[in-house]
Design a binder for this molecule. Structure first.
Ligand code: ADP
Ligand code: MG
Length: 375
């Protein structure tokens, strides 16, 4: 409620009255009404004054020169030296620019953070309507900050762990791939040569066995091919020797042959891309094309690899049945690493995945990675 009576007017001596009863009555009426207004103003002020006192935050008022003019009990108990130190106190030392703005007549509520020892406070600094003052509400956010730091620490640990798991997985794949290619592959080649020799001898000695031996040799051949494909999938050798573009194109060619789908690849050399990023994009392509074969019922797939100075973007677009991204975007998959795994893997190298799809409108999945991981 607003008073219309300035306090100095009531405190002043009553005007010199000439004892005219009518004038006297009028003056008494006026004084009564002033008194009523003052009483409500007093009640209002008392109500307002009780706020800082009971406020669980620190409430501090200063003049515009840094002299503390009011501390609520919490502020007084917590920092008794505030009164003497004023703006030199660590809690207030960062607010001088706000005071400058108040001097310049700006009516803004500023937000600042202040550290006092181990404690962190969020400060709201405003200029109350009564003028040349600054009012500071300091809210202790130490616990919140600690929780945030703990969460950040855990997220970082999780990220490192996931990275270690990924590198261990890739290392194991590289080892398996080498073993399959070198050990098992060579053993099968030797087996094939042996069988061919046997077949040659069987033509004379046991012609009835020749057809059976030919079947076995075919089987060995197919197994050897499968093994080679598996070894390549596990660790694409082209990635190491020919680079990302050629490795992706090679994979696309092999894929198009296997699934009998029309596929266009448009890429280009991406010099200087990090190994981890290149491998990540390769895995992304494997997963995206496997999804097309498994789910899309598409007749055509387009794969593009584009790069600018900072980023490399690999996009797989099909004209298949599409799907509702929201329904499956986050869930873990039963087989392979799936879209969720891809997203996570890309994020680990500082990249991201984008999916556009809908009922019957085909699917476009993109992977963007920075050329180098930030240190
Ligand atoms: N290119 C696509 N076309 C149609 N549906 C797709 C395509 N890619 C993914 N999906 C849908 O998204 C789901 C999740 O894919 P993903 O995470 O790779 O798991 P998974 O392939 O093991 O089912 C698939 O089950 C499928 O329903
Ligand atoms: Mg999948």
């Amino acid at each position: 409620m607003k008073s219309t009576v300035p306090p100095e007017r009531v405190a002043a001596a009553p005007p010199d009255l000439d004892l005219d009863p009518r004038a006297l009555r009028a003056e008494v009426d006026r004084l009564r009404s002033d008194l009523g207004a003052l009483e409500s103003r007093h009640a209002e002020l008392r109500r307002l004054a009780s706020f800082p006192e009971q406020n669980p935050n620190l409430v501090i008022e200063t003049d515009l020169h840094g002299q503390v003019t009011y501390l609520n009990p919490i502020a007084r108990n917590r920092f008794p030296d505030l009164e003497t130190l004023g703006f030199a106190h660590p809690l207030l030392c960062g607010i001088t620019d706000c005071i400058g703005a108040f001097h310049a007549g700006e009516r803004v509520i500023f937000t600042r953070e202040a550290r006092v020892g181990d404690a962190v406070f969020e400060l709201k600094i405003c200029q109350p309507p009564e003028g040349a003052l600054a009012r500071v509400f300091a809210h202790d956010i130490t616990a919140m900050k600690r929780a945030e730091a703990a969460i950040e620490h855990l997220a970082e640990q999780r990220r490192r762990l996931a990275q270690r798991v990924l590198s261990a997985q890739e290392e194991e794949r590289r080892r398996l791939s080498g073993e399959l290619h070198d050990e098992a592959g060579q053993a099968l080649t030797a087996l094939k040569i042996g069988l061919e020799l046997l077949r040659g001898e069987a033509i004379e000695a046991a012609p009835a066995l020749v057809d059976d031996l030919s079947d076995v040799i075919d089987l060995v051949n197919t197994t050897r091919e499968r093994l080679r494909g598996l070894a390549h999938d596990l660790r694409p050798p082209a990635l190491d020797t020919l680079g990302l573009d050629a490795a992706l194109e090679g994979f696309c060619r092999g894929y198009a042959g296997r699934v009998q789908l029309s596929l266009d690849y448009a890429g280009g050399a991406v010099p200087g891309i990090g190994d981890t990023q290149a491998l990540c994009l390769y895995r992304f392509l494997q997963e995206a094309l496997t999804n097309v074969a498994r789910h899309a019922e598409a007749s055509h797939v387009g794969v593009t690899l584009e790069a600018d100075a900072d980023e490399v973007c690999l996009t797989v677009t099909d004209d298949g049945c599409g799907f509702h991204v929201r329904d499956v975007g986050q869930r873990r998959t039963t087989s392979g690493i799936g879209l969720a795994g891809m997203r996570e893997r890309l994020e680990l190298v500082g990249g991201r995945m984008e999916i556009e799809s809908g009922d019957g409108s085909g699917t476009r999945v993109s992977a963007r990675v920075p050329r180098k991981i930030a240190p």
